[in-house]
Design a protein. Sequence first.
Length: 419
Amino acid sequence: MQLDFQLMLGDGQASSRLAHYALGRRRGEAVVPIAVRLHDRMEPLEATWRALEAANELSLHQSYDWCRAWAAAHDNRLLIVEGVHAGRTELLLPLEVVRHGPVRVARFLGSPFSNINTGLHTESFRSLATPPALRRAFDAARAEFARHVDLFMLENMPLSWRGREHPFSQLPAVRNQNAAYQLCLLGDLDRTLAQINAKRRRKKFRQSERRLEALGGYEHDVAQSPEAASATLSLFFRQKAMRFEAMGLPNVFRSEEVQAFFRALARMPASPHAYPLQLHSLKIATGPEAGRVVAIAGLSRKGDHVICQFGSIDEGFAPETSPGEFLFYLMIRRFCGEGVALFDFGIGDQAYKRSWCNIETVQHDLLWPTTLAGSAFARLHRTKAGAKRLIKQNPQLYAFLQRLRSGRAAHADPAVGHR
């Protein structure tokens, strides 16, 4: 598929429909054209895609392997947006089209389990298509995009990430009700913990360590084979199901498609500085409980950025040991010596994340409708996001609603959230 028209950016007028869609900015009197092509298959783009995703600051959630695993597990129509200038791909947006009633919504592949989305773009794309020019170009192209989708809803995008403004920062957006939380790793554990109340953190670790030693000691295990990863994932799904049931919440990991997605990620080849999913676990070392897995975390790494995708604990094991928090300490200590600069606890405001993190990254949902139906859906999304944000800004109201959902104020390790 390819959009079949040309946009002359500068006077905001669309000229005759030709073979390319020009978006960019004037350099003097010249227009910088970008041909926009829409694809419904990933495979022809693989080499280009992998080259583009290599930039360190771009999200691993738009990587080829991550998107391929999601697409293989789900039966949604793909809409891969490619922007090409002078024969070179400058932009790639890996999207899928999902229906909300009659409304066709284009979202990032894997959006329900993405912690941060950036899309893929080159450094030169920033100058080829500045934010104001990009917005004008997209607005002028609305009718052409409407042939394929009613609304582009690009969720969980930081308008500023790692010190850089995103090229999409001036497109219509609403602040997401959830932020993401990160901890800067400074090369060694002492310097890292000094950012976040080191004395209290070490004291809590020593207390948990003594309690674990009294119960048989512990091992920090990383699954090294597909079989081990599969077994750890199966246990995670069971532990998480029990957690959700106890809290009266829907199990977001229940469906076969979601489980197949994570199993595919765990099977993919890994390198020391890049892996879609690595399974960490905390096990009891000796005694009657030897081998018992009391905490699990699923981590993804791209370059110097590690994201915790999910975590669980054994609800029946001594809660006073805080196994989830303890596992986080062990993982962060390890990554301090492995070239990681940012440990990401992911999206969602929870007390344990705030206690660990020194960065709060505001997320936005970009909402760009192409039809009246898309505009109505965008307004509904804005209203819902605003209401959720107001609720979460009121601690008493939020806590009350959480108790209503769970039916009781459950005691649980704070290191385990909805993921």
